[in-house]
Write a protein that binds this ligand. Structure first.
Ligand code: KG4
Ligand code: ZN
Length: 347
């Protein structure tokens, strides 16, 4: 464990989905190296992630990526203080490659092993990129498998205000892109295409839900509406303008995310709003949230990670491991992967 002046270097390993990644972070806030190998090209022709291909690719790459992360940081294994790995949520076979690698390294190097919740790590991407420790904070976690609004009253006390009842936000981006034959992953492609479209061209439904569920989300109606719109147009022999369709869909989805986040920030008098997860990379979500907060709650600070730290990476894993290191919260060598792990962010 650390004395006040010791520099703690943690190797982070991330293999929960289709990015293989390794990074070294010092004291939870200084990135010494971060290496990411995306498998997007391998999965693109299948229109989504193929779990077996993801696991095999992680297995092929992980050792080299760890060597690269050490090289780039100018370090040797002996300079590390701990090995951290994302153990869930994610694809079980994919997670297992990272978990097995981390366990082998921890055992061989006699270093502590730290199990990191992937969703908590997305939140740490904010602190890694300079977010201040301001509370209460409202956090919108939006990734490929998760959509949740959290209230953090202080670092040890967070509650879940609501989550999605059906699809996650990123999942809807990916599914809509698939029916529009844009490719995979859909989020960045729709984001790009939407930039040249008219967001008011098609009035897609916004599910606001009743008062009791005002911080819950539901995106299946929006997804169905986009699919129906395309289906009916094609039956008439028409092909809708793709940019308008992308912009109108994105606007409907983003509007609900922004409305609920700002309403929670207002209700709980949040000093800060954070975005976390892959969908936090969405340019419209960032700009709409910024505009709305500026207008309605100008004193509330908005922070989101830079693009490279929004989507899956290992720097966020090593950063999230640091508080565990300080508390001596280490995993045993029988650590397993937990594909269905919740965010664990709320009590
Ligand atoms: O957090 P992440 O990298 O992986 C998971 O933990 O799920 O999130 C991936 C998701 C995908 O659904 C992807 O389409 C979405 O994030 N995404 C975006 C953008 N960039 C990535 N969604 C909307 N706009 C983007 N620019
Ligand atoms: Zn993720």
């Amino acid at each position: 464990m650390t004395s006040g002046s010791e520099k703690v270097k943690i190797l982070g390993i991330e293999t929960s989905c289709d990015e293989t990644a390794a990074a070294v972070v010092e004291n939870g806030n200084r990135i010494l190296s971060t290496i990411i190998s995306s498998q997007v090209d391998l999965h693109a022709r299948f229109g989504g992630v193929v779990p077996e291909i993801a696991s095999r690719q992680h297995l092929l790459l992980i050792n080299d990526l760890i060597d690269q992360a050490l090289d780039e940081a100018n370090l040797k294994f002996g300079d590390l203080q701990a090995i951290a790995v994302s153990h869930g949520p994610g694809l079980v076979g994919a997670l297992l490659i990272g978990v097995a690698t981390a366990k082998a390294l921890a055992y061989a190097l006699k270093l502590p092993l730290i199990a990191v919740n992937h969703l908590q790590a997305h939140l740490y991407a904010n602190y890694l990129s300079g977010a201040p420790a301001l509370y209460p904070a409202v956090i919108l976690v939006v990734s490929g498998g998760h959509t949740e609004l959290l209230l953090v009253k202080n670092p040890d006390d967070a509650i879940s205000l609501g989550s999605t009842r059906d699809d996650a936000a990123g999942e809807v981006f990916d599914k809509v892109a698939r029916v529009m034959a844009l490719g995979y992953p859909g989020g960045p492609l729709i984001d790009q295409l939407a930039a040249s479209g008219n967001p008011a061209a098609i009035d897609f439904p916004r599910a606001r839900l009743d008062n009791d569920s005002r911080y819950d989300f539901s995106f299946s109606g929006l997804k169905t509406a986009v699919i129906n719109h395309l289906y009916h147009a094609r039956r008439r022999g028409e092909e809708p303008d793709k940019a308008d369709l992308a912009a109108s869909f994105q606007e409907a989805l983003v509007e609900v995310l922004v409305e609920k986040t700002v309403s929670a920030a207002h209700h709980y008098q949040a000093k800060m709003v954070l975005l976390a997860g892959g969908v936090a990379a969405n340019s419209r979500l960032r700009s709409a949230l910024k505009d709305r907060l500026n207008r309605q709650l100008p004193a509330t600070i908005l922070h989101y990670p830079p693009l490279a730290l929004c989507t899956d990476n290992a720097a966020m894993i090593a950063a999230a491991a640091y508080p565990h290191y300080l508390k001596g919260n280490f995993a045993a060598l029988d650590l397993n992967a937990h594909p269905g792990l919740g965010s664990g962010l709320s009590s």
